[in-house]
Design a protein around this ligand. Sequence first.
Ligand code: THU
Length: 163
Amino acid sequence: MKKQQSIKLQYNEYTSLNSLLKVDQKLLYKAIEAAKNAYAPYSDFKVGSAIQMMNGSVVIGSNQENAAYPSGLCAERVALFSASANHPEEEMHTIAVFAEKDLGYDEPVSPCGACRQVMMEYELKQARKLRVLLMGSSGKVWEFESVSSLLPFAFIFKPQKSS
Ligand code: THU
């Protein structure tokens, strides 16, 4: 049977940081700051990420590369894993991502598939939407209310509890 579904993606676009709420501006500034700690000697592409936790704390991450290329990790996953490792019971409210290099197009940086998958898992785990804010060097910001808007047909696996 042939199936067809239209995928509707909803997000807000802001032309600059100043159009956002103060709390989101602050978070994006933390992502901008975090990008300075990126270790990206191979790609020279520095990315910063900042996660606003429900308890008010902010966890940051930046991409960390390695001579054995696949061993490196994106800024988003550095922040997500750090947040979960340090605050395992705390929910995540918003993840902000910033890439400082000109991407060659006038759009915010967009997370890779692996980072979307990891974001999705934490969204499902906490049963609360994880907001995503994306920003590129042009200053334009995209706001997604949920990771599910970034990853339709995500891989989901619910481990059976062994008796
Ligand atoms: N990178 C991120 O950290 N986040 C993204 O959203 C896109 C790509 C990193 C991975 C690698 O260190 C460098 O940027 C070039 O791909």
